[in-house]
Design a protein around this ligand. Structure first.
Ligand SMILES: [Zn+2]
Length: 261
């Protein structure tokens, strides 16, 4: 299953990511409100005109319109093209990373789309909706089984159980610091990092707490938060997981080699 050069895979994955990012914008807006992500089609919230197909092209549509509704001139948030571009970039990096393993790439592209959607929703409303997190288990389980085969799949399963269990314990001991949405997401993150290596698992798990602590200190230093402010933890888990998946896992492997694991 090799052939296509990494650059070609990265570009194709990146274009796919731009389109997925456009859909992720819809998901992040509608799922917390309990609305359908399929209907109705996107319309201007002010004048209600449906968005024309040529203006619905990721990033470019917003640039052509200069961030305003074509019909009534209402400002359209820059968040939409930024999310599309970020999803495109993440897909391109994943395409580069897994260019020689297309079946495994499928699993990580699905995880990338889910990661962006959950990050936005957690930042917006401090929730990680079950309707997104729970189906992730069977979907990614099947994709990993196809893409990895036995050995990696067992490691992914153990990683998922271990990180779920650890977060479950933290949520029991310190319920204010951790919600059950985080616990359920921890299983996904544990599985997707351990699927690659134990080094990746370690960096993903420790990295989440490291990034969370750094962000907490920065927010407090800027007086944007005090010790009681609830900072959503999902984005840090997902950011650390992706840093690990895309290369930072090497740090963890060096450590495991040192201790002879
Ligand atoms: Zn309008």
């Amino acid at each position: 299953m090799t052939g296509a050069p990494p650059t070609v895979v990265a570009v194709l994955a990146g274009v796919l990511g731009l389109c997925v990012g456009s859909f992720v914008n819809v998901v992040a807006h509608r799922v917390p409100r309990g609305e359908s992500v399929m209907r109705p089609p996107s319309a201007c919230p002010d004048c209600r005109t449906l968005i024309r197909a040529r203006h619905n092209v990721p990033v470019l549509g917003w640039l052509v319109l200069r961030g305003r509704c074509y019909d009534c001139g209402l400002a359209i948030s820059a968040r939409y093209p930024v999310v599309e571009a970020a999803t495109g970039a993440l897909f391109a990096l994943a395409g580069w990373r897994f260019a020689d393993r297309p079946l495994l790439l499928a699993a990580y592209l699905v995880f990338a789309g889910i990661a962006v959607a959950l990050t936005l929703i957690d930042l917006d409303v401090h929730r990680l909706p079950n309707v997104i997190v729970l189906p992730t288990y069977p979907v990614l389980g099947v994709l990993l089984a196809v893409g990895l085969g036995g050995h990696g799949l067992v490691r992914a399963g153990i990683g998922a159980v271990v990180l779920f269990g650890f977060f479950f314990a933290v949520a029991m001991v310190a319920p204010r610091s951790m919600g059950f949405g985080d616990v359920k997401l921890a299983g996904v993150v544990g599985g997707m990092t351990a699927a690659l290596s134990w080094g990746a698992f370690l960096v993903g798990a420790i990295g989440a707490f490291f990034l969370g602590a750094v962000a907490g200190v920065l927010l407090m230093a800027n007086r944007r938060a005090d010790r009681k402010t609830a900072v959503p933890f999902g984005p840090f888990m997902l950011l650390a997981a992706w840093a690990s998946i895309l290369g930072a896992s090497g740090i963890g492997q060096v450590y495991l080699d040192r201790i002879g694991a």
